[in-house]
Ligand binder design. Structure first.
Ligand SMILES: *[C@@H]1O[C@H](CO)[C@@H](O)[C@H](O)[C@H]1NC(C)=O
Ligand SMILES: *[C@@H]1O[C@H](CO)[C@@H](O)[C@H](O)[C@H]1NC(C)=O
Ligand SMILES: *[C@@H]1O[C@H](CO)[C@@H](O)[C@H](O)[C@H]1NC(C)=O
Ligand SMILES: *[C@@H]1O[C@H](CO)[C@@H](O)[C@H](O)[C@H]1NC(C)=O
Length: 486
């Protein structure tokens, strides 16, 4: 009797294991606890959830419960205020090619020690330095702030890789590109002020890296910024009242009032600079918020995240873990961190410490796809492909070389991925940060390798999705928490 019961239970266990094999494409032997182990090392994904939603899910807003908090949304998609038509949404190929522009410009800024404010070439038409090295990409997130008195709402790209905040300004002496909201008109603001050329504030312009330059027109301070993709903004360097929230009103905020603007800003009125040098919002508001801000980037274009200044309000995330910013004298604007390892499907990859140390890394809100040292990416790709070997692979897309065709599946099982940073901080990447693609027939591993082992690694915005990311700049540390938004 006992024998037959155990035979039955063994065979039903065997059957359960077969089912679990079928469901989870288990590659190791089937043991009693594999089901649980598998669950914890894999994400189960409904393939239909990869398709974009068409309405904004307003119950996802993580910002409304906090003080000093703005709503962050994808530039394209149903939650965007920009109401861009579907046809103007960039394709995945376009996003990835713009992303390469940004990454190349970040790499070139950090390689040349002395290039700031020493443009080699002048573009005769715009009279701007060419390839001065600022960086922009189209895969950006936007926030809406108020400028002037009475305040006018402006939707800006938010960028931790830029210091200068700018917006297009009337009367657009040179030219303005199409934007969704009315263009800011300084003559309608009672608090607008020009900055004079001989002031210390004007001098600050030239001490900032990242492609900003300074000129004078009679006695008025003129700024210019050109991005690596040839987008630019030039105009008066000015001061006016910046309204972040109804209770966060900042007089004399210094920004660029752009009289000549062009580029891929996708209907946004300009850019909000959140980098760490003097001109950034973070530095200009340091007495109010103590150089402390946090954000959460929403996982889909139909959900919303937040950008919060100061410690105000409690974070949704219970378990923040902090890694120190690393020192880098080459560039005062970027946020450098030390990447130390990668875990895939529960297994930490064996990657020599020197691989990460040679390259160094930054966290950047504007780079879409994280860039890894070639040896680190190679190890990640090998491990991921091995765990995904039962799914049919398909053509690469631009820089993404590990792509799958999920069209014949309802659900798929995706290995979990974590990144490690200095102080053994493990950051689990959300499922939305593991895959990238435009259709279920071509879904790719959302990471890429640098071609040069000494090029900087970048922790990009796809991998930051849904994470609570806390910049405690004054204390020199960066915090990560899970489930900052959805
Ligand atoms: C909206 O978001 C909430 C919170 O994340 C979620 O529970 C709900 O299912 C979402 N609704 C839709 C229609 O996607
Ligand atoms: C940049 O400058 C630092 C110190 O000034 C130096 O140690 C480093 O080798 C330089 N890097 C390059 C790429 O020239
Ligand atoms: C700012 O400077 C420009 C150029 O000199 C001038 O046309 C404009 O009237 C000035 N605006 C204010 C408010 O001073
Ligand atoms: C990689 O970058 C370093 C530092 O900029 C440079 O000296 C080297 O030539 C590059 N190697 C290749 C293969 O491009």
């Amino acid at each position: 009797m006992a024998t037959s019961i155990s035979t039955i239970s063994i065979s039903s266990l065997f059957f359960a294991c077969l089912v679990s094999l079928f469901l989870h494409f288990l590659e190791k032997g089937c043991a009693l606890h594999d089901e649980n182990t598998l669950q914890s090392h894999h994400h189960t994904l409904r393939v239909s959830s990869l398709l974009p939603a068409s309405i904004c899910n307003s119950s996802t807003n993580g910002h409304s419960k906090r003080a000093s908090s703005l709503k962050v949304v994808h530039k394209h998609g149903p939650c965007s205020h920009l109401n861009l038509d579907k046809a103007s949404a960039p394709t995945v190929t376009q996003i990835l090619s713009d992303d390469e522009f940004r990454v190349n410009s970040i790499h070139s800024q950090l390689m040349s020690n002395s290039s700031q404010n020493s443009p080699q070439k002048q573009d005769p038409q715009a009279n701007l330095p060419v390839n001065s090295g600022a960086s922009i990409g189209t895969g950006n997130f936007i926030v809406t702030v108020g400028l002037g008195t009475p305040k006018k709402d402006l939707t800006l790209l938010f960028d931790t890789g830029s210091d200068l905040t700018w917006t297009q300004c009337q009367p657009c002496l040179g030219s303005c590109y199409q934007q969704q909201q009315p263009i800011f008109d300084p003559s309608e603001s009672t608090t607008y002020k020009n900055i004079s050329c001989d002031s210390a504030e004007c001098t600050q312009l030239s001490s900032n890296a990242g492609g900003v330059f300074k000129r004078c027109s009679t006695s008025t301070c003129i700024y210019g910024i050109q991005y690596a993709d040839q987008s630019y903004s030039i105009g008066y360097f000015s001061k006016d009242t910046l309204t972040l929230t109804p209770t966060d009103v900042l007089p004399n905020f210094r920004f660029g009032c752009g009289q000549s603007n062009d580029g891929l800003f996708g209907g946004a009125a300009g850019l909000l600079g959140l980098a760490r040098n003097q001109l950034s919002v973070v530095s200009q508001t340091s007495s109010k918020y103590g150089k402390y801000f946090s954000y959460c980037l929403p996982s889909t274009s139909s959900s919303t995240g937040h950008l919060t200044f100061g410690k105000g309000g409690k974070s949704n995330s219970r378990s923040l873990k902090f890694t120190p910013f690393s020192k880098n004298s080459n560039n005062p604007s970027f946020y450098f961190i030390d990447m130390t390892g990668i875990k895939v499907g529960g297994q930490k990859l064996s990657i020599a410490k020197s691989v990460f140390d040679t390259a160094g890394a930054v966290i950047d809100s504007g780079t879409v796809i994280s860039r890894l040292p070639p040896a680190a990416y190679g190890a990640l790709r090998t491990a991921f492909r091995k765990l995904m070997k039962d799914y049919p692979m398909t053509q690469p897309v631009s820089i993404l070389d590990t792509c799958y065709d999920f069209s014949n599946y309802n659900t798929v099982s995706i290995p979990k991925i974590s990144f490690y940073f200095n102080r053994n901080v493990e950051v689990p990447i959300d499922l939305s940060g593991i895959l990238f693609g435009q259709s279920v027939s071509q879904v790719c591993l959302a990471f890429a390798g640098n071609s040069n082992a000494s090029s900087l690694g970048i922790f990009g915005n796809t991998q930051q999705l849904t994470l609570e990311v806390v910049y405690d700049v004054a204390r020199g540390k960066l915090g990560f928490g899970t489930r900052g938004c959805s």
